[in-house]
Design a protein around this ligand. Structure first.
Ligand SMILES: Nc1nc2c(ncn2[C@@H]2O[C@H](COP(=O)(O)OP(=O)(O)OP(=O)(O)O)[C@@H](O)[C@H]2O)c(=O)[nH]1
Ligand SMILES: [Mg+2]
Length: 827
């Protein structure tokens, strides 16, 4: 037989495509050289498209989040899975199976060196001759931002600069402009591909057969250019089509119980997407269950919007709503009904434009048994019956009208099904018991991949120095670093990559980037900015959930021992008071970092140190998230009847600040993050302890506190999305100002897009205090519905809340040295 390369007869028979061993050796050598060359080029580059994203799976407890994650990973369904404690994270690679074209998500456990992986991927791109036309240099876009900032300072007044200023606030948008220099690598890629003998994919695949194992690859020459990389990785890069381009996700499975929500604010970040899960059975149950289910979805949509809103577009990270238990709620009509209920409820939600819909026509979601129904006819009542007596009549009517195109008052079952199966749903219905065999799961994976590929952040070319620094942080077993330590480490890895940014600025940008990708935790807020948490789940979630958890569902590791502490255990469960000695037991496994953990928990607002003993040592903490619901008993009953009342309303909708005369229904569309009250309560407690001897009275949504002599009641009104503040002294401004300060501190730490508004009640209206002060100051009246109230009337009605200027009019300078009847109005 003739060799297919040199055409010499080597006398070997039986193969169509046969190369003699001389030719094979030459081809191997040549191929090895090309791989070597590609690796060298990749190594010589300074940055790489990292292809990272994240998916967070959130929703009510027991909604099927963990089962859904397992389904996406192709793991078998577990009938009685354990409730997730806090949250679980994993790194997964989303790749395409060549034979079926199906998406597959693989947990990545074998790569410890991100830089090497990124370089081999880059080499694979070069080797395959692919150009990366849509990547943008991150450093250059940051430098451009700095440049604009500098200009902004020097020419802040000109109109021209104002426009650029706007641009500076939109780094992602700016990055979307092609930066010519980033094509450096692409030219190299193109050059390399033109020098390569391989022009088509087929030839590459054939060529891959030259090396069938990593040891074979290593045998030839043994040159360092290749052997310093993981040989399996290099083999993979050659054999696996799509390896160079696969997206790696951080996948987060959140625990659904409310006690954990205080922790989640620190984990929800911009880069990535969110799957909001709900149990479809809840949506078909009675009104109460439907409401709870909708409230949870509302909470998550608002939370995602709050933490991921892009100020330039006003939109948030993409969201997929997923309905579980399709095995039990399987009728396509039920799905359409649920979809309509969700649409009605959330179509004006700020996060709604970011919700991705499901085109049910895209797959054969429904079994044949559904489509082979008899052709008898249904009236409106029959349809309602089919959807259950708890169904919402208005929605059923909408569905009926949708099917009854001839307006005959009757629709055939066939027509109903046809409509139900053809409509786009606002959520993805899944049956977790089928795991990845549910046809909707691959569609969800496809959607997730598309979202990631379209995102701006995925197109950034990340400096090698950043990835190297990240590797270094992960390589040591440390969970947490001081910022200065990261700076030193980063310098050792070749930072700053940009002299213009400088080391400090570039390190901050790197930390922000890694945080947004869910790789580390870093908060720029003053009290937290000195700590870089390399392994947030291990470092914070694991220990904190030993204290903050629902004991009936999640057992702390040392529960038996803790229970033996009798009164102290009871104090924690009943009064949310945690003694240091109990903490020593619950955190037995974290003794070496106990002090640091305690101080971080205080900074995160999870623990509030209670009044120190006489020797100045703190021996116990309040854990506000563990407070129980209930009345404040005698303390509440004996409160004076007359109090000055105001409301602190919260919303992510910036336009609300300009509105006054709000109705109760306007308030309900705000957003009150579930842990905000407990956080504020914690800080208010601290101020109470500093300024007053009065023992605070606390329960989950209510507290009686005192700032100095100023006693007040603070209450959470969940439906109206506000705090009610009843103040029992003549001048309410001191308490209000201090509470405003506390709220802004909490918001600055972890909810930066949230806006508080102080409202005063007048009849059926709520007046915005800031607008009121402004109007009174400008001597203009205010509209209350159709009634215009003049300034004098406003002054009279709201006098205690308005700044007092009576005494000021007779002084140029007023120095107050005491609180007394005479000057209490001013201080
Ligand atoms: N029949 C059926 N059971 C499901 C489905 N999804 C989840 N389950 C079951 O529902 C229970 C809760 O599922 P999980 O996946 O643990 O729920 P979770 O949302 O992770 O719960 P938490 O971690 O407590 O927040 C388990 O017993 C699952 O086996 C589904 O689609 N159909
Ligand atoms: Mg779970």
């Amino acid at each position: 037989m003739l060799c297919c390369n040199c055409a010499l007869d080597r006398g070997f028979e039986g193969y169509d495509q046969w190369a003699c061993h001389h030719c094979k050796a030459r081809l191997r050598r040549e191929k090895r050289e090309r791989i070597q060359d590609a690796l060298k080029q990749a190594e010589a580059a300074e940055s790489v498209r990292w292809n990272r994203s994240q998916l967070s799976v959130v929703g009510k407890g027991r909604a099927g989040k963990t089962a859904f994650v397992r389904a996406m990973l192709g793991k078998a369904f577990v009938a009685d899975s354990q409730s997730t404690v806090g949250m679980e994270g994993m790194t997964c690679e989303l790749s395409t199976v060549m034979t079926s074209g199906e998406k597959r998500w693989r947990e990545q456990t074998d790569f410890s060196c991100e830089l090497a992986l990124a370089q081999v991927r880059q080499a694979a791109t070069i080797y395959r001759g692919k150009a990366m036309h849509d990547s943008y240099d991150l450093i250059q876009s940051l430098e451009a931002q700095v440049h604009v900032e500098e200009k902004k300072v020097s020419h802040s007044e000109t109109h021209d600069d104002k426009t650029k200023q706007k641009d500076a606030e939109r780094p992602e948008r700016r990055a979307a402009k092609r930066i010519d220099d980033t094509t450096r690598i692409e030219h190299k890629v193109e050059a390399s591909s033109s020098s390569s003998n391989f022009s088509s994919q087929d030839e590459v695949v054939k060529d891959n057969k030259l090396f069938t194992s990593s040891s074979e690859l290593n045998e030839v020459n043994g040159d360092d250019g290749i052997s310093k990389f993981d040989q399996n990785l290099v083999m993979k890069s050659m054999h696996e089509e799509g390896f160079d381009d696969a997206i790696v996700f951080e996948l987060w499975d959140y625990g659904g119980q409310e006690v954990f929500y205080a922790l989640f604010h620190f984990f929800i970040t911009k880069y990535g997407m969110y799957a909001v899960l709900f149990n479809m059975k809840d949506m078909m149950a009675g009104e109460e269950k439907v409401q709870v289910c909708l409230d949870f979805i509302d909470f998550w949509l608002s939370t995602i919007y709050l933490h991921t809103r892009d100020p330039s577009t006003q939109s948030c990270s993409p969201i997929l709503m997923v309905g579980t238990f399709k095995d039990e709620v399987s009728d396509p009509l039920q799905h359409l009904y649920i979809s309509k209920v969700l649409e009605r409820k959330f179509q004006s939600h700020l996060a709604w434009p970011s919700v991705r819909f499901f085109d049910s026509k895209a797959c054969s979601t429904y079994d044949d048994k559904n489509s082979s129904e008899s052709s008898s006819h249904l009236g409106f009542k029959d349809l309602q019956e089919r959807l259950g007596r708890n169904s919402n009549a208005e929605v059923v009517r909408e569905l009926f009208d949708l099917c009854d195109t001839k307006r005959s008052g009757k629709v055939s079952r066939e027509a109903v099904l046809k409509v139900a199966m053809a409509e786009t749903l606002v959520f993805f219905p899944v049956d977790n018991t089928k795991s990845h065999r549910d046809p909707v799961i691959p569609l969800i994976l496809k959607e997730i991949e598309q979202i990631a590929r379209d995102a701006d952040y995925i197109k950034h070319r990340v400096p090698y120095a950043w990835i190297k620094s990240f590797d270094k942080m992960m390589a040591s077993n440390r969970d947490v670093y001081r910022l200065s330590e990261v700076e030193t480490l980063a310098r050792g890895c070749g930072m700053p990559s940009s002299r213009k940014l400088g080391l400090k600025q570039e390190v901050l940008e790197m930390l922000k980037y890694l945080h947004n990708l869910g790789k580390i935790m870093y908060h720029h807020e003053k009290s937290l900015s000195d700590y870089v948490i390399a392994k947030p789940v291990d470092f914070i979630i694991r220990p904190v959930t030993q204290v903050v958890c629902e004991v009936s569902l999640h057992k702390p590791v040392y529960e038996a021992e803790a229970r033996r502490m009798g009164r102290e255990w009871k104090d924690l469960q009943k009064r949310a008071v945690l003694s240091k000695s109990l903490l020593q037991v619950l955190w037995k496994d974290y003794q070496d970092k106990l002090d640091l953990l305690v101080s971080l928990c205080i900074k995160f607002g999870i623990f509030v140190p209670l009044r120190p003993e006489d020797d100045g040592n703190v021996t116990s903490f309040l854990v506000p998230n563990l407070l129980r619901e209930g009345s404040l008993g005698q303390a509440e009953e004996s409160l004076p009847a007359d109090a000055l009342t105001c409301f602190m309303h919260f919303s992510s909708d910036a336009s609300l600040k300009d509105k006054y005369g709000l109705k109760r229904s306007d308030l309900c569309s705000g957003f009150l993050p579930s842990s905000l009250f407990s956080n504020v309560l914690g800080q208010a407690m601290v101020w109470n302890q500093c300024t007053s001897e009065m023992e605070p009275q606390l329960s989950k949504g209510k507290a009686i506190l005192s700032f100095g002599q100023h006693k007040f009641l603070l209450r959470e009104l969940k439906t109206e999305k506000c705090f009610e503040i009843k103040i029992f002294v003549e001048n309410p401004k001191y308490v209000l100002d201090r509470l405003r300060q506390i709220v802004s501190n909490v918001i600055a730490t972890c909810m930066q897009n949230l806006r508080p508004h102080i409202l005063l009640k007048s009849g059926s209206h709520h007046v915005n205090l800031d607008a009121l002060v402004k109007n009174v100051d400008e001597q203009s009246g205010m509209w209350f519905g159709s009634e215009l109230r003049q300034v004098e009337r406003l002054k009279q009605e709201f006098r205690p809340w308005l700044p007092s200027k009576d005494l000021l009019s007779s002084y140029d300078l007023f120095i107050s040295y005491r609180h007394g009847d005479f000057d209490s109005e001013l201080v």
